[in-house]
Design a protein around this ligand. Structure first.
Ligand code: NAD
Ligand code: ZN
Length: 648
């Protein structure tokens, strides 16, 4: 690398760091940033006398924004050294032990959020400061006071700086973005940006709505006498702070690697976004002996996880027609490997979102894929455009059947009930688990059956004959019989499952149950006034049922005649404290939540999935999350599982 190229790279790195730390709006993926960072670092190691003074390798974080007052940390805050694989961990361990001999290590998750320093004195929270440049940060005390996992008072009188990560749980993040999508607001790129941005609000009531959570991971100024950091942290947890779900003492590289692999395996299940594991020397005197570089402690490092965010290019935008006729744009992207899976498509939500993000074909974008979640585009990298990108137009014709589309703003719909994509997707929905649960009738087979003209709607499934399938490739005797048996076996299912499987817009399992119980087969002729009085059914849902039954009246009667669904009798539950009450279950209970739900429903309770002012009880088990928080903030009564059982 020439010196000139080095300076260019430093300039780009500074630009990316500013966008990330100061604007909370990254313009590169972490992976790209880390790569460039290490290129710069390698050059600096080889040419120590040419190092730029303002190189991001020499400083923690970014500059501090002017909107907040500045405040100084008592003890400095640090960044962390990265390692990316087992060999680098080994090198790190060798370096440590060469300096201080054998030592004890401690491993815990690295949550991806915003770094926070809480100053307590006389048992009270005095100040909350962002990391800033490590020496000075932004004072955001009023905002942090709204975080319910930050105790405002603690049972400890001394001066103490408690440090940790402010995070947004992944499900809360998705919900916040779903709400923003509905309100037509721009979406947060990831939980980290959402957390950092929410902390830096001038209006604390906005922060309060963001469901932030604080996990401590360390200390600044303190006079705690414990020999090990992990012991000090246990003391901190005992003061009323949250404890991370996993942490472990580790002896050597094998135990460290095993814990790392365990965390990766749990990556999708842990409610917080993790970008790695943190490895620390545990003994406090040994930490001090090792000391610090200008940027980070030499006694800890981040063992990073494989990236789930990647930069790629949009090659084209295609359209999908769902079972309700909604046309969804899908980005066809330059294939990228994310955690071992090749990703070549990503959802774009809807056309308003394309306009808001100003997505063009040919754009460079950041996409994210985590677990089995559908890959999505979280960011357009506008500064990488070269002028060849092409804007996306709202479609006016159905890509499948050519009929004119209804443009309702956020949603664009094909209204042709016989549109083949609508038909295929409604049959796929019908057969899926949770609906009719027809084994062996996956999406590929449905497509084939429709394309071959063997079926054109869900009713036709019940009249498929052996001879219809015989000539299809891959269909041998056993497979044909299994499929036909699976279809016939669905005759006599509970009515609610059939209603749910019909795919009436806005009507899910809970509403289907209520409708089935109230009307039985009479649902086809139910009137608006009768439907709207049912608990949990709103205007939009009632209209949707009416419209569906109006258009499909005779068809539904034929379905009933063919499938003969079982109609449950409405039995009045005996008097009990949960009869007629709306209940929400959360957390891990002694039995599956499904079993407890059924028990409560038999007692006449309505079990709902989300907490609102109308909820009567939230019943919670271990590791209950945001639903319990919400219940408390709305003043809804909460019960442990034992308390619930005690009331019966
Ligand atoms: N995408 C971009 O453009 C861009 C730009 C700048 C930085 N970054 C990302 O940020 C990283 C560097 O940022 P950084 O200097 O803030 O370091 P970092 O975020 O990787 O690590 C340091 C921070 O980790 C946090 N942390 C979480 N769990 C912890 C635990 N258990 N113990 C101690 N600390 C814990 C602390 O807040 C600490 O300040 C880069 O590796 C890169 O991935 C990305
Ligand atoms: Zn169509």
């Amino acid at each position: 690398m020439t010196q000139e190229l080095y300076q260019e790279k430093v300039a780009l790195l500074k630009k990316w760091a500013h966008a990330y730390y100061v604007e909370d709006n990254p313009i590169a993926s972490d992976e790209e940033y880390d790569r460039l960072y290490h290129e710069v670092l390698d050059y600096e190691t080889a040419h120590p006398d040419e190092v730029a003074e303002d190189s991001p390798t020499k400083r923690v974080g970014g500059v501090i924004r002017d909107e907040f007052s500045k405040a100084k940390h008592i003890k400095r805050m640090w960044s962390m050294e990265d390692v990316f694989n087992n060999e680098e961990v080994q090198e790190w361990l060798d370096r440590v032990e060469k300096n201080i001999g054998e030592c004890e290590y401690f491993c815990e998750p690295k949550f991806d959020g915003a770094s926070m320093n809480l100053l307590y004195e006389g048992g009270k929270l005095i100040r909350a400061i962002t990391r800033g440049d490590g020496v000075i940060g932004e004072e955001v005390t009023d905002n942090v006071r709204t975080i319910r996992s930050v105790p405002l008072t603690i049972d400890y009188d001394g001066l103490i700086e408690i440090r940790g990560e402010v995070v947004i749980r992944k499900d809360d993040f998705e919900q916040i973005n779903a709400e923003r999508l509905e309100e037509g607001e721009s979406l947060f790129a990831n939980p980290r940006n959402a957390a950092a941005g929410s902390l830096r609000q001038l209006d604390s009531s906005i922060t309060a709505k963001r469901r932030l959570v604080f996990y401590p991971w360390g200390l600044g100024e303190n006079t705690l006498a414990h020999r090990k950091l992990s012991q000090k942290m246990d003391y901190v947890y005992s003061l009323g702070f949250l404890e991370p779900p996993f942490a472990q003492d580790c002896k050597g590289i094998e135990e460290i690697e095993a814990f790392y692999q365990m965390l990766i395996a749990k990556r999708d299940d842990i409610p917080m976004m993790m970008d790695g594991m943190v490895l620390k020397v545990d003994e406090v005197d040994k930490q001090e002996e090792l000391g610090y570089t200008v940027k980070f402690p030499k006694w800890m490092c981040a063992y990073k996880f494989p990236a789930i965010e990647k930069v790629t290019k949009i090659n084209a935008i295609t359209l999908q027609v769902g079972r309700t006729g909604v046309v969804t744009p899908v980005a066809e992207i330059e294939p990228v490997n994310i955690e071992g899976a090749m990703v070549s498509r990503a959802t774009l939500h809807n056309f308003d979102e394309i306009e808001r993000k100003d997505i063009h074909v040919g754009d460079s974008v950041i996409i994210i894929r985590s677990g089995d979640v559908i890959p999505k585009i979280i960011k357009v990298l506008e500064d990488r455009r070269d002028g060849s990108e092409v804007a996306v137009n709202r479609p006016t014709e159905c890509p499948t059947c050519g009929s004119e589309l209804l443009d309702e703003g956020a949603l664009i719909k094909c209204q042709n009930l016989h549109c083949s994509d609508r038909v295929i997707n409604s049959i796929i929905h019908f057969a899926r688990k949770g609906c009719m649960n027809i084994d062996g009738l996956g999406s590929k087979i449905v497509e084939l059956l429709v394309k071959e003209g063997i079926i054109k709607d869900i009713l036709d499934l019940y009249f498929i004959k052996y001879e219809d399938l015989e000539h299809l490739e891959g269909f041998k005797e056993k497979r044909i019989n299994n499929l036909l048996d699976a279809i016939q076996a669905t005759k006599g299912v509970p009515l609610y499952r059939l209603l749910n499987a019909m795919g009436i817009e806005h009507i899910g399992e809970v509403a289907s149950k209520a409708l089935a119980l109230e009307f039985g087969l009479g649902i086809v002729d139910a009137a608006y006034d009768q439907i709207i009085v049912i608990d949990g059914i709103g205007e939009e849902m009632a209209n949707s049922v009416l419209e569906f039954m109006r258009v499909n009246h005779d068809f539904v009667l034929k379905l009933f005649e063919t499938i003969q669904p079982t109609v449950e009798k409405k039995v009045e539950a005996e008097e009990n404290p949960f009869k007629g009450k709306t209940v929400v279950l959360t957390g891990t209970m002694s039995e599956s939540r499904g079993a407890i739900k059924e028990m409560l429903e038999n007692l006449g309770a309505k079990v709902s999935g989300s907490v609102s002012k109308k909820t009567d009880f939230v019943i919670y088990g271990e590791e209950a999350g945001s639903k319990l928080d919400k219940a408390e903030s709305l003043g809804v009564a909460t019960l442990t599982e034992d308390e619930m059982r005690g009331m019966l």
